[in-house]
Each structure stands twice: as C-alpha cells, then as structure tokens.
Design a protein around this ligand. Structure first.
Ligand SMILES: NC(=O)c1ccc[n+]([C@@H]2O[C@H](COP(=O)([O-])OP(=O)(O)OC[C@H]3O[C@@H](n4cnc5c(N)ncnc54)[C@H](OP(=O)(O)O)[C@@H]3O)[C@@H](O)[C@H]2O)c1
Length: 167
C-alpha cells in the first residue's frame, strides 16, 4: 500500500476550514488513496470528522498560527512521525469588522499575513518535492488593485505614478 498523503488544514474547527476537511474526506480520489488529515485548530479540538474509508486518518492537533512555539511544537511532531507533507491549506484568518480603526490593523496583519508566512516557512522544508503544494485562502479585500489601479495602456504610467511625479 502506498504511504498516506499528509494534508494540513489550519483553522479547521469552523467555517470554510471545516468545510474543506469534510469535502476532502468525501472526495472519491481521497477514498482510494490513503490520507492523514491534520485538521488543526487553536484549541486542538476533536472535530469528529466523518471518514468514508479505512484509508483515512484524522488528527486534531493544536496550531495557533500567531504563536511561534505552537508552530514549532506542531512541526516537530509532524517531522518525527510523518515526514513529508503533500498539501498545506492556509485557511486560518481573521476578519475583524468593516471598520478600520488603527487598533484593528495589527491583528489581521499578525494573523493573516505574518502567521500564514510563519506556517509556510516552517512547513516548506517538509513539502513533498515536485508534487507538494500550498493553498492560501485570501480575500478580494486584500487586493492592492484599488490602491494602485493598472495603467489604462501599457505605454502610459498609471495615474498614481503620474501624480507622484508632480510632487
Ligand atoms: N467567508 C468569506 O466570505 C471569506 C471571504 C474571503 C476570504 N475568506 C478567508 O477564508 C478563510 C476562512 O474564512 P471563514 O469565513 O471560514 O472564517 P471564520 O468562520 O471566521 O473561521 C476562521 C478560522 O480561522 C481560525 N483562526 C483565527 N485565528 C487563528 C489563529 N491565530 N491560529 C489558528 N487558527 C485561527 C478560527 O479559529 P477560532 O475558532 O479559534 O477563532 C477559525 O477556525 C479566512 O482566511 C478568511 O480570511 C473568507
């Protein structure tokens, strides 16, 4: 039997992360291939995900993506028991509200940007060469386009750059 593919989902305890796990476990290709799913959450809660095949193993370790000690504890266990990682799905994230007071700016940056980057950096050395992949969930709200719209024509500088030359 081939060795199980290791799949990691962050923030798997609710919302889209939980839906990703459920969908992965019921996908026909995953039923035929052995997988070990790390459905991680801050609390390390047992999510009681339903497996549809004896090929599947679900584990529920704790992983807080903003905590370097949580990341290193998780990666250490992963490395010692499982080795290669086939897929890392960076789902964990925060969306505080539609207001943007300065006090709300730090947490999304620490979680959505720095936390995700730290998890990627820690897992990257374990990613299966050639086939391993990292999937990041993002939002249209994080696009930089509204702040720097594309130039109407390739030969013209974009409006923002035009403005800056007159400063
Ligand atoms: N829903 C949308 O319409 C939408 C749109 C665009 C992008 N997204 C992105 O899709 C992803 C999931 O969205 P969602 O709607 O499912 O969000 P959600 O229901 O708020 O769930 C967010 C998940 O992230 C976890 N999380 C937050 N901070 C964490 C941390 N420091 N370490 C580990 N886990 C952490 C939460 O855990 P706790 O339960 O412990 O808080 C929860 O499991 C997010 O990255 C979000 O930015 C969603």
């Amino acid at each position: 039997m081939s060795s199980p593919k290791v799949i990691i989902v962050t923030g798997a305890n609710r919302g889209i992360g939980c839906a990703i796990c459920t969908s992965l476990l019921s996908h026909p290709s995953q039923i035929s291939h052995p997988i070990t799913l790390f459905a991680t959450s801050r609390q390390g809660s047992n999510l009681n995900l339903t497996t549809s095949s004896s090929n599947q193993r679900n584990l529920y370790p704790s992983l807080d993506i903003t905590s370097s000690s949580s990341i290193s504890t998780f990666v250490l266990k992963l490395k010692s028991s499982y080795g290669n990682v086939e897929v890392l799905i960076n789902n964990a994230g925060v969306n505080l509200d539609s207001d943007f007071p300065p006090s709300n700016a730090r947490k999304p940056l620490d979680t959505n940007y720095r936390g995700t980057l730290d998890v990627c950096t820690a897992i990257l050395p374990l990613l299966t060469p050639k086939t391993g992949r990292i999937v990041n969930l993002s939002s249209a709200g994080s696009s930089l386009d509204p702040f720097n719209p594309p130039s109407p024509s390739a030969s013209e500088p974009c409006p923002r750059l035009k403005t800056s030359t007159s400063w």
